[in-house]
Design a protein around this ligand. Sequence first.
Ligand code: HEC
Ligand code: HEC
Length: 162
Amino acid sequence: MIVFLKYLKFLLPVITAALIFFGCYPRPVGPPGPEGKPLAWTEMNFEQRKAHMRRKVLPPASELFESWRPGRYADANCTLCHGPDARKQKFSMPTKHLPRLSGALLLGPEFAQHPETTRLKLNRLVPLMTDALGVKPFSIITRRGFGCYSCHLGPDGPVFGN
Ligand code: HEC
Ligand code: HEC
């Protein structure tokens, strides 16, 4: 115990730094705001969000989809995720245009029916999006954060606070 306390003095700054780094969302990923500091996704206005999507989301996302099913996503655009009436729907997400998922917390039915897509989404698309937007990834403990249901609806509508 004594030994532990002795080391705590040195460990504390490291632990705090790690908590700040891993716990600090949303991250500043956008253009500079009025005070000159980069804006977080949540602080951007509609026009800034559109520009951010065009520059930071669409290129890596279409590349990822293209690697999944080559030839089908080469000229993907905003409608890939937002649907054909994206503009009319004001780009609101999640959208009924994408297939509805089961709502199961651990994605049992999705892994059973679409193992490949589910792995690709979980391991690559969700991290790509949370990086690009600087937002917190979905946590199965808090049941909140960016995940499948930030894009897809559940059986009866939005789930997990989306
Ligand atoms: C890979 C999927 C994907 C693509 C492609 C995509 N978006 Fe998005 N977009 C999202 C998701 C997911 C959100 C919701 C983010 C969140 O959780 O706040 C979003 C949110 C937005 C918002 C904010 C809506 C609001 O209510 O504030 C705008 C505006 C937007 N997108 C515009 C665009 C435009 C313009 C394009 C094309 C250049 C585009 N998006 C391409 C997934 C996508
Ligand atoms: C950023 C938005 C986004 C996120 C996050 C997302 N998806 Fe998707 N998903 C899509 C898009 C776009 C398509 C449709 C592709 C198309 O139309 O060809 C799709 C299609 C699917 C499909 C149908 C695949 C098929 O065979 O056509 C399944 C199943 C699916 N997603 C599961 C998931 C799961 C599970 C997660 C979470 C681990 C997830 N998605 C996260 C955007 C997203």
